[in-house]
Design a protein around this ligand. Structure first.
Ligand SMILES: Cc1cc2nc3c(=O)[nH]c(=O)nc-3n(C[C@H](O)[C@H](O)[C@H](O)COP(=O)(O)O)c2cc1C
Length: 202
């Protein structure tokens, strides 16, 4: 595995301006499952000057947003379990969400993180901050699923991301769905995602 759980999180002291900073939200509980293979194949062919900050949604185990209203009064969340993640996300050039599809949607630990992006919505519309996240970033979204008819779910999930990203200075530019994996091997998709990676990074 190239980037997953390799403790590759950069710190401010080791921050290298020449490196592209990639923040990954990994949505599977399985470290060597389909999603991990897909993500790994994608970054296999990527340039070397990348600093990865990889977060497992299942390990983060984010507390759900309970609409307490704190982020309507201050540019922060009253809960601190996502402080490091949000810090790395805000500094990233690229944000990647790689996740299995559970019940036609994001697994609940991923959805919990997405709901917590409400702080940026409130910063934009209640605190009138023009750019709740200053650094512009592009985003990639990769999903895997067992059945082979998940196009609608994938579209809906993309819409959820685009909605969140609209106040996060983040543009969803590239997506990939590997589906039908209950019956076919992921090998074909690995080739395709390597090609996507080359087309993005080369
Ligand atoms: C709780 C749960 C719900 C799932 N729901 C769906 C689903 O709605 N549609 C589908 O096609 N596959 C579904 N699957 C299958 C996974 O999406 C599929 O096996 C995926 O590739 C697993 O990725 P992973 O190996 O990275 O964990 C579900 C799996 C689990 C464990």
């Amino acid at each position: 595995m190239i980037c997953l759980f390799a403790n590759t999180a950069t710190t401010d002291s080791s921050y290298d301006e020449n490196k592209m900073r990639v923040c990954i939200l990994f949505g599977s509980p399985r470290k060597e499952g389909n999603t991990a293979k897909l993500l790994d194949a994608f970054f296999e062919a990527s340039p070397e000057n990348i600093a990865f900050d990889t977060f497992s949604a299942f390990q983060l185990n984010a507390q759900p947003c309970d609409d307490c209203g704190y982020c309507k009064t201050k540019e922060a969340c009253i809960k601190h379990d996502l402080d490091d993640f949000c810090d790395k996300l805000e500094k990233a050039d690229v944000f990647v969400i790689a996740t299995p599809i559970y019940l036609m949607n994001f697994p609940s630990p991923v959805k919990a993180v997405l709901d917590r992006f409400q702080r940026y919505y409130n910063a934009r519309f209640f605190l009138k901050k023009r750019l709740p996240i200053e650094k512009p970033k592009r985003a990639f979204f990769f999903a895997t699923s067992g059945a082979d008819d998940n196009e609608k779910s994938f579209e809906f999930m993309k819409n959820q991301l685009v909605t969140s990203f609209s106040v996060m200075n983040t543009r969803l530019t590239d997506c990939y769905l590997a589906q039908g994996l209950d019956n076919i091997s992921i090998e074909n998709d690995l080739e395709k995602i390597r090609e996507l990676s080359k087309s993005i990074f080369n």
